[in-house]
Design a protein around this ligand. Sequence first.
Ligand code: PLP
Length: 459
Amino acid sequence: MGGVCVENQVLRRLPKMDRLLACPTLAQCGLPRPVVLQAARAELEQVRAGLRAGTLERVPALEALAQAVLRRAGALSAPRLRRVVNATGIVLHTNLGRAPLSSKALEAVIQAGAGYANLEYGLAAGARGSRTTAVEELLCALTGAPAAFVVNNNAAAVFLMLSALAAGKGVAISRGELVEIGGSFRVPDIMARSGARLMEVGTTNKTRPEDYAAALEHGAELLMKVHPSNFKVVGFTREASLAELGALARDKGALLLCDLGSGALDGRGPWPADYPTAAEAVRWADVVCFSGDKLLGGPQAGILLGRAELIDRLRHDPLARALRMDKLSLAALEATLLAWRDGDSLPVRDMLAVEPDVLRQRAEALCRRLAPLCPCTAVSVAGEAGGGALPGVDYPSWAAALTPEQGDAGALEAALRSWSTPILGRLHRGALLLDVRTLLPGDDEVLAAALAAWREGTP
Ligand SMILES: *Cc1c(COP(=O)(O)O)cnc(C)c1O
C-alpha cells in the first residue's frame, strides 16, 4: 500500500496539460495546436508509465518536458512516407515501393493530378468515354492480345478473373503452383473467395499435361497456371508449359487462365530468353494477368489480357468498379507503356541491365568518396531482381563494404537507417554493404552526408 501512495505522490507532480502547453517553448513554437496537444498527451503518458514502472525516478523539469513534446510534435508533422536510399541492390523491393517510375511517368502523374483530365471523356466524340481505353490499346499493340483491361493491382486482377469466369466451376491447378505471393495472398484462399472450386493436380515437383487432362475428365472446366514468382523448384521436376496447356484447353473446350506475376511484356529486356512474357502467354492462355510495378516498371496495377468476349465480362463485372485504377496510376501506366513502345529508358530495366564491370567502377568510386569517413572497400555480391520476379536468376553486383573502426557495423546500419533520408543497406559478416545497383542519382551525396554526420557523432 505504501508503494502506491509514494507513486501517487510522484505522479501528482506531473504538470497539468494547461501549464505544459502554456510554457513559451510550446506556446510559441508555431506548430498547429492539435499537433502539440497530441504530442503532449503522448509524452505525459510515457512519463507516467515510466514513473509507474520505476524506470523513471522523478518527474522531469517543465522545460525538459516541453522540449520532448516539441520533438514529438516535429516528428508528427513530418510526412511518414518518405524517400529512402535503396542500397540493398534489390531492384523490385516490395517493402520499398517496387518500381521507381520514369521521369516521363512522373510528369504524366503531375499533369493528370494538378488539374482536370479527360479521364472518362472522349474528346473526339464530346461524350462520356472509358478511363482505360488508352492503356488498353497500347497493351494490345505491344503484346498482340485481342483485348485488355486494367485494375488496381495484380491480386485484384486474379480475383476478378476467377470471380467473373470461374465462380462455381472446377479449376485445375498444379500442386506446385498453390503459392503464397506474400501478405497472406495465397492462391487457394483467393480461389475459395472467388467461388471457384480448386482441383489440385500433379505433385509439388512434377505435374504433367495428363494430370490436367484427368481433372477435365473429372469435372474441371478451367485450367489455371500461376507463375511461381518468388521461388524455384529445382532437381527432379516437370511442369506443363503454357503451350501444352493451351493445346489441351483448346482440344477439350476448356478455358486457360494464367497469372504471370511479374510479367515482362516481351523478350526485350535483361531477363533470360526463356522467361515467360505476356506477349508469349497470350498466344496460349484465354486470359493472362500480371503486375504493373514489377518487371513492367510502372505504377501499381493489375493488367489483364485476353480474348475479347472474356475481357468484356471482366470489364462489366460489378467487382471491376470496386477494383478500378485511379487516374494518377493510369497516367503513369500510359507513360510507362509508351516507353516500352518507343524503346525509351525505364529505371527498372536500366538497373537490371547494368553490366557488372560498370557496377564495379561505381562501387570503387563510391568507396573513394566514403573512405575518408569510414574504412570501405568495393566487393562483389550476388544480386537478385526481387519483388517476386526472376527467382534463381543471378544479377551479380558490386557494393561498398563499410567496416567501422569500432567494429560495430550494426550500429552504423541503425544510424544510417535513421538518417533524415533513411539509407537501407545489408549487414553481412561484420560489414555494412551498400549495393550500388539500386543507387539513384543524388544518393551518393546523401550517403556521404549521413556518414559524415555519423562520424561527427561517434568518438
Ligand atoms: C506479385 C504477384 C501477385 C500479386 O501482384 P500485386 O500486383 O502485388 O497485387 C499475384 N500473383 C503472382 C504470381 C505474383 O507474382
